[in-house]
Every structure is written in structure tokens, then in C-alpha cells.
Design a protein around this ligand. Structure first.
Ligand code: G
Ligand code: G
Ligand code: MN
Ligand code: NA
Length: 254
């Protein structure tokens, strides 16, 4: 099938749905927020994962309208939950931004409009970006990230450790949180675990005054180890898979 044509249709016909994966404080095991993850409910093919269509969306520029759909749904949903459950905890929502979205400062206007329209206060929104994205768009990314910071929108460096980790990027860009890629977390408990790397990344983040999130926690052993290293936050199937909004609500009622 022609993915690009189907994607265009999907944008018009609103076939995208945002799923939410829990992020927990590893000390208290309390929920602190969600990562928003797009899913495509294709009329014939069923649920399609972003690994399949995000690359095509990026090549074709469709990531721009798609990214807006995600930002809009995620902000609207969190605001709705704040009202509906009178959330006492300050839960946040993290949205992944792709390279294309960081190529034009227009993204700032889009975010401002969405926050205004949905009524979500800016400090409840976070963005996740990758290192490669910073390397590709250094000049404009600097401007955009500074503007996000001015709005109290936290910046998370995603998939940390997989790209061309240049430590100068941590210095140069206003990063609040580092997310250790799940390939490092997966191996905890296995003979070839790169424990020194995990340890070093956590120490590095803390020395720079940043928070750290471990991604892809799947076992109690991994959790216990990360807790012993004072890793701040975690997400992974051990806590919860990405869930649709109805399933996510069941986490907010208790
Ligand atoms: O949810 P899943 O594990 O299948 O996601 C696969 C990849 O797709 C991840 O790298 C994730 O960051 C990316 N992804 C998921 N949702 C979005 C989105 O809304 N925008 C962008 N740019 N990437 C996303
Ligand atoms: O690149 P990014 O970190 O945005 O990707 C998040 C992706 O990781 C999502 O597609 C999500 O489904 C996936 N994911 C989240 N937790 C786990 C986990 O514990 N194990 C595995 N294998 N994948 C996970
Ligand atoms: Mn992410
Ligand atoms: Na990641």
C-alpha cells in the first residue's frame, strides 16, 4: 500500500490516537507524568506503530501536521484529566519532537496557540528531542529551545547514549532531563551489562544539575539497581505499557 497517500488521508480523517506511557519517581514509585506516543488506527490495516510511519512522515513533511495533532491531543487530554480528577499531583506530559519540527521557529507559535486553546499551563508540557536532531539543526534549535525554556517547558534529551553523544551538547543546550536509552537498561542483569555506562550517565546528569529517566525498565532487578544508583525517574513495561486514554484514566482514579 502507498504509505504516503494513506498518511495524508489519515491526517484528514483523524486516524491518529495518542497513547500514554507512565513515568514514575523511582524513590516513591509515584506517577509523575506520561510520555505521549502516537498510534495510527488504519482503517484496513489496524494499529500501525510509529516506527513504520514516522520516517515516511519526516521525509514527506507530514510530520508537521501530525506533530500538531499529537501536541494538541496530549495538551487537551492532560487539561481534561486535571479538571476531571482534580489532580493533586503535578503530572506532566512529554511530547516527542522530530527534526523537521525543530527546523522552524514556527513550532513556538504552534505550541503557544495549542496551550492557549487547551488552557494547559506551559509547565505541564515537556518536549523530548534526540541528540542527532540538535546536531542537524544547531542554530535554529538553540533559538527554539531557549524559547521553550522561557515558557517553563522542560527539555528532555531522548535515547541518550545511542547517538553521537558529544558532551558539549549537554553544555550548549538548555537540557533539563536525560533519558537513558533502553538498550542500556535492558542489559542490566545480563552478563554483558554495561553497568559502568549507566552509572556514569546518572552521575553525569546529576553533576550537571539535570534529572535522569531510565527507559525500558522491564524487571524488578533493573528497578532495584537503578534505585540503588539514585536514578530519579523511570518508565517501562515493568510499570506500564503505553495505554490509550481510557486505559490511562484507570491509573488516575485510584
Ligand atoms: O511508541 P513506540 O515505542 O512504538 O515508538 C517508536 C518510536 O516512535 C519512538 O522512537 C518514539 O520516540 C517515536 N514516536 C512516538 N510518538 C511520536 C510522536 O508523536 N512524534 C515523533 N516525532 N516521534 C514519535
Ligand atoms: O524513542 P522513544 O524513547 O520515544 O521510544 C519510546 C518507545 O519505547 C515506545 O515505542 C515504547 O512503546 C517503547 N517502550 C517503552 N517501554 C518499553 C519497555 O519496557 N521495553 C521495550 N522493549 N520497549 C519499551
Ligand atoms: Mn521519547
Ligand atoms: Na527513548
Amino acid at each position: 500500500f502507498d504509505l504516503e497517500t494513506d498518511l495524508r488521508k489519515a491526517i484528514q480523517q483523524q486516524e491518529f490516537e495518542v497513547y500514554y506511557q507512565s513515568i514514575l519517581c523511582l524513590k516513591s514509585l509515584k506517577l509523575v507524568g506520561f510520555e505521549a506516543l502516537i498510534r495510527w488506527q488504519h482503517s484496513k490495516k489496524g494499529l500501525i506503530h510509529p516506527g513504520v510511519f514516522i520516517p515516511v512522515a519526516e521525509e514527506t513533511g507530514l510530520i508537521i501536521p501530525m506533530g500538531q495533532i499529537v501536541l494538541n491531543q496530549a495538551c487537551h487530554q492532560l487539561k481534561t484529566w486535571q479538571n476531571k480528577f482534580s489532580l493533586s499531583q503535578n503530572l506532566t506530559v512529554s511530547v516527542n519532537l522530530s527534526s523537521q519540527q525543530l527546523r522552524e521557529s514556527e513550532i513556538i507559535n504552534q505550541i503557544d496557540t495549542i496551550l492557549e486553546k487547551t488552557g494547559l499551563e506551559s509547565n505541564y508540557l515537556k518536549v523530548e528531542i534526540t541528540e542527532s536532531l540538535l546536531i542537524e539543526n544547531t542554530a535554529i534549535a538553540t533559538i527554539i529551545l531557549k524559547k521553550l525554556r522561557e515558557r517553563n517547558i522542560a527539555i528532555c534529551l531522548d535515547d541518550f547514549g545511542t547517538g553521537y553523544s558529544s558532551l558539549s551538547y549537554l553544555h550548549r543546550f538548555p537540557v533539563d532531563t536525560i533519558k537513558i536509552d533502553r538498550s542500556f537498561i535492558n542489559r542490566i542483569g545480563e552478563p554483558d551489562a554495561k553497568l559502568e555506562i549507566v552509572q556514569s550517565i546518572i552521575t553525569l546528569a546529576h553533576n550537571l544539575g539535570m534529572n535522569i529517566v531510565a527507559e525500558g525498565i522491564e524487571t524488578q532487578e533493573q528497578l532495584t539497581y537503578l534505585q540503588s544508583l539514585q536514578c530519579d525517574f523511570g518508565q517501562g513495561y515493568f510499570f506500564s505499557k503505553p495505554l490509550n486514554k481510557e486505559q490511562t484514566e484507570t491509573l488516575l482514579t485510584d
